[in-house]
Write a protein that binds this ligand. Structure first.
Ligand code: SAM
Length: 255
């Protein structure tokens, strides 16, 4: 018996890992965060599996299912959206499992920030533009932001930023970003990447808000910002340049 935390990916049923899908196919009990995990993902489950949507359950109710599974020797799959390590609230579950002496493992998933970059067909890093991605979020009622990690403070690096849970306070977020980034910095919103309802909006930081009705972007929205998102080619990485040698390939003189 064990509990397997599985990254469900951003939404599409085929964006879960093979390992995650195999674990789902074996599980007797499946707990999934119904507010963010697409029901399509449940096609990977056995038809006899017991399914629980955790969006209406508190931590104790979830732990009670783990304890019941231990009693009966059942395999539990716990599905989290994207990758479980990012804003997944898994540590409190892990501590409770340790207290109950229940073994667990984690299967990573495709996070929504990389899924959003894929939808936009952009690279989040570019040589001499940005080689750093700052993953952050807006403050929520359940999660305070530590001092020094305000959007304005992080924006001062002018790196690429992937801002989770940004939909509810888009206006404030953009205002804080504009304290450090130039107004013509590329910015994009991606809502429900890989879901049938997926939508995107690309603009610059200073024009982003005038082009959207914020209410339409409240939930499941990723805000990506940074010069690396610009469509002009700029400097390319030397990695595949014919003149560049490395451990696995010799440079070709004159390309
Ligand atoms: C509680 S966090 C979970 C993040 C998740 N663990 C991950 O790695 O993507 C929820 C936030 O992730 C982002 N998100 C989740 N799924 C998304 C999707 N399909 N498209 C865009 N953003 C998404 C949104 O910012 C949403 O408010």
């Amino acid at each position: 018996m064990k509990v397997i935390f599985i990254g469900a990916g951003p939404g599409a049923a085929d964006l879960i890992t093979l390992r995650g899908a195999r674990a789902l196919a074996e599980a007797d009990i499946v707990l999934y965060a119904g507010s963010l995990v697409s029901k399509d993902m449940l096609v990977h489950c056995r038809s006899e599996a017991e399914l629980f949507d955790t969006s209406g359950m508190n931590l104790n109710e979830q732990i009670a299912q783990y304890a019941r599974a231990k009693q009966h020797g059942l395999l539990v799959a716990r599905l989290h959206s994207g990758d479980p390590a990012i804003y997944g609230a898994i540590s409190e579950q892990m501590r409770a499992l340790e207290d109950l002496d229940i073994p667990y493992e984690v299967v990573p998933g495709v996070s929504s920030f990389t899924a959003s970059a894929a939808v936009l067909k952009v690279s989040l890093t570019r040589p001499e533009v940005s080689q750093t991605i700052i993953i952050t979020r807006n403050e929520g009622r359940a999660s305070c932001i530590p001092e020094g990690e305000s959007i304005a403070a992080l924006a001062s690096h002018q790196a690429t930023m992937a801002i989770f849970l940004s939909g509810a306070s888009l206006q404030n977020t953009v205002e804080e970003l504009l304290l450090s980034y130039p107004g013509d910095t590329p910015a994009a919103l991606v809502c429900k990447a890989s879901w049938p309802q997926e939508k995107t909006y690309s603009a610059t930081l200073s024009t982003l808000l005038s082009g959207v009705f914020s209410e339409d972007w409240r939930l499941s929205t990723m805000l990506l910002v940074g010069e690396a998102l610009a469509s002009e080619p700029g400097l390319a990485s030397r990695l595949y340049s014919p003149e560049y040698s490395h451990r696995f390939r010799k440079a070709v003189p004159n390309g």
